[in-house]
Ligand binder design. Sequence first.
Ligand SMILES: CC(C)(COP(=O)(O)OP(=O)(O)OC[C@H]1O[C@@H](n2cnc3c(N)ncnc32)[C@H](O)[C@@H]1OP(=O)(O)O)[C@@H](O)C(=O)NCCC(=O)NCCS
Length: 166
Amino acid sequence: MNITYKITKDNINWEEVAGVLKRSSLSDHSPKEQQIAFENSYAVVFVYDDDRIVGVARALSDGLFQAAIYNVALDEEYQGHGIGREMINRLIAQLKGQNIILYTHPRTVLMYEKFGFRRAKTALELFQAGSEQLEWLEDTGFFLPEGFRFADEYKREDMKGPAWRH
Ligand SMILES: CC(C)(COP(=O)(O)OP(=O)(O)OC[C@H]1O[C@@H](n2cnc3c(N)ncnc32)[C@H](O)[C@@H]1OP(=O)(O)O)[C@@H](O)C(=O)NCCC(=O)NCCS
C-alpha cells in the first residue's frame, strides 16, 4: 500500500471517483456527474494507492462561514487503518473557522461524533427524491418520524407556530 492524499481537482480520473462512490453504495451517478459535483465543490480530498483513487470526500462552502460535507467514501479493503480519519481531517482542515453540517448513514453517526460533530436537534432536510428512495431513507433510519418532536419540545410554545394562531 502506498497511500497519498490530494486536495486539488486537476488530472482526476472521474471514472475512478465514480467507482469508489458506487462501490460504497453512496452514489450511483456517472463519472461526468461526479466531475461536475466535485469540481463545483469548495474542498476535496482524493486518496490514492499509487496512482489509483481509492477514497474520496468533498465539501460545499460559502468560503467564510458555512460548509457541508458530502460523499465520504473509502474502498472497503482500505478501511480500518486510519485512512478515513486522515481523509476527513484533511477535508476539515480546508474548512477552518467554518461551521460544518453533514448527513450520514446511521452506521457512521458514532464515527463523526469522534470528530466532534454533534447531532443537531433542529436540522431539517428537504430531499428531492422519488417516493421509493424516500421510503428507503425512512426504513434505513435516516429520518425521524414525520412530525417528530423531542420530549422536551412538547411544552415549547415557540414551536406551536405564530403566537397569533393560538
Ligand atoms: C467512513 C469511512 C470513510 C471511514 O474510513 P476508515 O478508514 O475505515 O476509518 P478510520 O480507520 O480512519 O477510523 C477513524 C475513526 O473512526 C472510527 N470508525 C470508523 N468507522 C466507524 C463506524 N462505522 N462507527 C464508529 N466508528 C467508526 C474508528 O474506530 C476510528 O476511531 P479511533 O481513531 O478513535 O480509533 C469508511 O468506513 C467508508 O468509506 N465507509 C463506507 C462509506 C460511508 O459509510 N461513508 C460515510 C457516510 S457519508
